[in-house]
Design a protein around this ligand. Structure first.
Ligand code: SAH
Ligand code: SF4
Ligand code: F3S
Length: 460
């Protein structure tokens, strides 16, 4: 029997890349590839790249330099290592990558992962290959399904892509160019995927899409469904105890999704709802198509439906033309919403997007100063949010062993990491945990046994 080949996939960027990386490994499994965590051992290294900010692209090229050293070391031992670049930089730059980085053998755009085995076979015949077209066939239909063992190995939580691409064209953003037009997968295909995951032990599903709440896949009756409709359907899946979705656009926050938060206990009360800016003037130039009022109304409606709901967001500071007053409007919005967490970014001009050509760019020093000011407020808010958990009993989904013997780590409904002493058989269970303290990025607690006497801790 021939030795299996080894593939190492490294993900950058958003959750969709994490999901796609697993799917690439799944596609390659029938072609004889097993996954390895060690880049140095791999016969094929795939870098799944992100194009969202200039820094993300710089990272890709420096990473290619690092992989090239492994490739040269492998060659010195008489072993071939192939380097593939996938994801959003592959999609945007195509051939430019093999021109700039000669060590790269293969460039595969985000819509062509199902073609990977065929491309690799051709490569072995000595051609360099670049495939970045948007194909007519559905890549989801053409991709191999993961085995039960592969799913189980990846843990008790899973992403599932339900929607891909974006038609919004915010003036700063590359996603509509790197992921293409918005498409939604049919409800029953997603249901089948989720049932399969649940059967292999997955307990929490995060539905992902660049604009996930714009989801409009075909329903079982042939009519377009909404994200809320999909969530109600998935909440019935035996074994699935937690549902999440990300990322939402404020414009698509429909009333039925608000109702789903009221009706579905499995739908976690934590919503990532990016606002980008608190200034209506800047929101308009960003082509966000929502106002500050519209956003705050959505937040209010969701909180009315589910009072324990918490929010996170994305912010861009230093967008072209942003004044001190515009920035203060953002700070005021942050105070008004009170976030449990947020991602903050300094605006990065992206070639080919309208904002990159605007002539009133904010100097880097000023953007950076605003970023620090915003981060200070956000940090204060998430620390206060974490501190408010102390003394409460919260549900924790136990996910994996912790660093200490006898310890497990899990997540609260708000994605806070919690460390508890518990038996490994409890992985995959939701248990009540009394939160006793906070660390830098984690909460500590004890399983409350009077609520669940069978949950004896490891030490007990
Ligand atoms: N709706 C998308 C957003 C993807 S980009 C999603 O599904 O996640 C993630 C975040 O990156 C955006 O919300 C925005 O805050 C930030 N971002 C996008 N383009 C940017 C740019 N040119 N400069 C700085 N930050 C940017
Ligand atoms: Fe980018 Fe805007 Fe689409 Fe989000 S909604 S992916 S920020 S263009
Ligand atoms: Fe990056 Fe592409 Fe995701 S640009 S954020 S990997 S959609």
């Amino acid at each position: 029997m021939t030795q299996p080949r080894k593939v190492h996939v490294k993900s950058f960027g958003c959750q969709m890349n994490v999901y796609d990386s697993n799917r690439m490994a799944d596609v390659l499994a029938p072609a004889g590839y097993v996954e390895t965590a060690q880049m140095a051992d791999a016969d094929l290294v795939i870098l799944n790249t992100c194009n969202i900010r200039e820094k993300a692209v710089d990272k890709v090229y420096s990473e290619i330099g690092r992989v090239r050293e492994f490739k040269e070391a492998a060659a010195a031992e008489g072993r071939e290592m192939l380097i593939a670049v996938a994801g959003c930089v592959a999609q945007a730059e195509g051939k430019e990558i093999t021109r700039r980085a000669g060590a790269v053998d293969l460039v595969v755009g985000s819509q062509n992962y199902h073609r990977l085995p065929g491309m690799i076979a051709k490569l072995r015949e000595g051609e360099k290959l670049v495939d970045t077209e948007f194909p007519v066939e559905d890549k989801f239909d053409s991709m191999a399904q993961p085995s039960r063992a592969a799913i189980a190995k990846r843990g008790v939580t899973s992403f599932v892509t339900v929607q891909e691409g974006c038609d919004k064209f915010c003036t700063f953003c590359v996603v509509p160019y790197t992921r293409g037009a918005e498409i939604s997968r049919p409800v029953m295909k997603i249901v089948a995927d989720v049932e399969k995951l649940a059967d292999a032990g997955v307990r929490e599903i995060t539905l992902i899409g660049q604009n996930v709440n714009a989801y409009h896949g075909d329903g079982p009756d042939g009519r377009p469904a909404t994200l809320a409709g999909l969530l109600y359907r998935l909440a019935e899946t035996p074994g699935i105890v937690r549902l999440r979705y990300t990322t939402s656009h404020p414009l698509d926050m429909r009333d039925d999704l608000v109702d789903a938060h009221r009706d579905l206990p499995a739908l976690m009360p934590y919503v990532h709802l990016p606002v980008q800016s608190g200034s209506d003037r800047i929101l308009a130039v960003m082509n966000r198509r929502h106002t500050r009022r519209h956003y705050l109304d959505a937040v209010e409606k969701l909180r009315a439906a589910r009072p324990d709901l918490a929010f996170s967001s994305d912010f861009i500071v230093g967008f072209p033309g942003e004044t001190e007053q515009d920035f203060r409007d953002t700070l005021a919005l942050v105070e008004e919403v009170n976030y449990a967490g947020a991602y903050t970014f300094a605006y990065s001009p992206r070639h080919g997007t309208p904002a990159a050509d605007m002539d009133n760019q904010v100097p880097a020093g000023e953007s950076h100063a605003r970023l620090l000011r915003l981060q200070a407020v956000i940090t204060q808010q998430w620390q206060a949010f974490n501190a408010s958990s102390v003394g409460k009993t919260v549900d924790v989904l136990l996910e994996k062993p912790g660093r200490l013997t006898g310890q497990l780590v899990g997540k609260t409904p708000y994605l806070q990491t919690v460390q508890v002493m518990a038996r490994p058989e409890l992985i995959g269970r939701v248990v009540p945990v009394a939160i006793t303290g906070t660390g830098t990025n984690t909460l500590f607690g004890d399983i409350v046994r009077q609520h669940a006497p069978e949950l004896a801790t490891a030490g007990a």
